[in-house]
Design a protein around this ligand. Structure first.
Ligand code: UD1
Ligand code: UDP
Length: 386
């Protein structure tokens, strides 16, 4: 039996962790015991608890209740809390997801205590170090013992940074194992798609007709906090909805809704507010989100997870960022990177609405990443003991 501590904190990590916890419960309960630590980075009911209720994730064994704050303070409080738990629990592995401050905090706490780190979503790079996430993911990768990459590009990025693909067990942070295993989020999308269809009435709630609306999300700090960029994105939403007479569903991250009035010019704010085609709503549950993604005509987003989910459900995606880590989506012709450029977003929308992509090659694996990760952790555990 191996003991793992899983650290989650932000919305997408809670969702990703559901896939691993589900497989541990169904297939590996005799060989893996999981202890869940919630850092409390996200804490609103619709940013955290809703996912536990809906996705069957076990109640966290610890909640550090760190909350919001500056990067330094938030990360420091998490490191302190995670360190204490690692000293108490003495796990075989610390499991971390993605690239948030919760990920970085876990990586620092565990590496100093020589607890082997398992990084799920390793190797992704934007090659843009002004993103807090780029720093978090590079630091986590380089402290990890087992690195699971969702895409071939991610795996190759690790190799370019000096990770050796021929390393063999026993693994440790000086002899890490790197694996290309597919995307754990795909496991979830496949698993929950049917349930979402059955349970979610989000389309009815907001008067949305199947295939006749656009789904948008915006939450990246360089979009929400830079008025010029936020104005460009919301002006684009305003124009696209009016030009194409299409509804736009916008489940808004609290960071974004909190900054709309402050960072949009009065003209853009008032125009968007008066536009009955734009349906702003609080963050939605995962099943509601899947239902929206499945039935949208197109997606416009700066989210990493939403880009991929759009692809899983064969939807074109406009990426309102200067670059993407998920280059396979662009290579397949299913995504366009427009940055926060109003005209580029409007033009990309017209192109995709007229000529939607037809091919979505299976570049994110087979939906069985979680099982692969569990087996690899078990097989490698002997050699990884610290
Ligand atoms: C974080 C991650 C980002 C990820 C996103 C997922 C970092 C550096 N960023 O960004 O990579 O894409 O989560 O959603 O870790 N807030 C609330 N209620 C909440 C949570 C946040 O109101 O439950 C508001 C607070 O005003 C807070 C702001 O949102 O200051 C930002 O939250 P934070 O967790 O710092 O960053 P995210 O933008 O959510
Ligand atoms: N999501 C959700 N409700 C929402 C918005 C997003 O359940 O209102 C889900 C989405 O389906 C995906 C994940 O949250 O699984 C993406 O998280 P987010 O966009 O916050 O962060 P990122 O992926 O960019 O780190």
């Amino acid at each position: 039996m191996i003991r793992i501590v899983t650290v989650i904190g932000a919305r997408p990590q809670i969702i990703k962790a559901a896939a691993l916890s589900r497989i541990i419960a169904s297939d590996y309960s005799h060989s893996i015991s999981e202890i869940i630590v919630h850092t409390g980075q996200h804490y609103d009911t619709n940013m955290s608890q809703v996912f536990f209720d809906e996705l069957g994730i076990p109640v966290p064994d610890y909640n550090l209740a760190v909350g919001s704050g500056s990067h330094g303070r938030q990360t420091a409080l998490m490191i302190e809390g995670i360190e204490k738990i690692l000293l108490e629990v003495k796990p075989d592995y610390l499991v971390l997801y993605g690239d948030t401050n919760s990920t970085l905090a876990g990586a620092i706490a565990a590496s100093k205590l020589r607890v082997p780190i398992v990084h799920i979503e390793a190797g992704l790079r934007s090659f843009n170090k002004s993103m807090p996430e780029e720093i978090n993911r590079i630091m986590c990768d380089h402290a990890s013992t087992l690195l699971f990459s969702p895409t071939a590009t991610g795996f190759n990025n690790l190799v370019s940074e000096g990770f050796r693909k021929d390393n063999r067990a026993p693994f440790n942070s000086d002899n890490p194992g790197i694996f290309h295993c597919g995307d754990i989020m795909y496991d979830n999308s496949l698993f929950f798609a049917g349930l979402a269809e059955e349970k979610s009435d989000i389309l009815k709630q907001h008067g949305l007709n199947q295939g006749k609306f656009i789904l948008g999300t915006v939450h990246r700090d360089n979009n929400t906090d830079v008025p010029q960029r936020l104005n460009a994105i919301f002006s684009a939403f305003d124009r696209i909805s009016r030009d194409h007479r299409l509804l736009i569903a916008l489940p808004l991250h609290p960071r974004t809704s909190g900054l709309l009035e402050k960072n949009l010019t009065p003209a853009v704010f008032n125009s968007v507010k008066a536009n009955t085609l734009i349906r702003m709503m609080p963050p939605v549950s995962f099943l509601d989100m899947i239902k929206l993604e499945k039935h949208a005509e197109m997606v416009v987003t700066d989210s990493g997870g939403v880009q991929k989910e759009a692809y899983y459900f064969n939807k074109p995606c406009i990426i309102a960022r200067p670059e993407t880590e998920w280059v396979e989506i662009v290579d397949a012709g299913a995504g366009m990177v427009t940055d926060a450029d109003e005209n580029a977003i409007v033009k990309a929308a017209s192109q995709f609405l007229k000529n939607p992509p037809i091919s979505f090659p299976p570049v994110f694996g087979d939906g069985k990443a979680a099982g692969f990760i569990c087996r690899t952790m078990i097989d490698s555990a002997e050699g990884s003991k610290y």
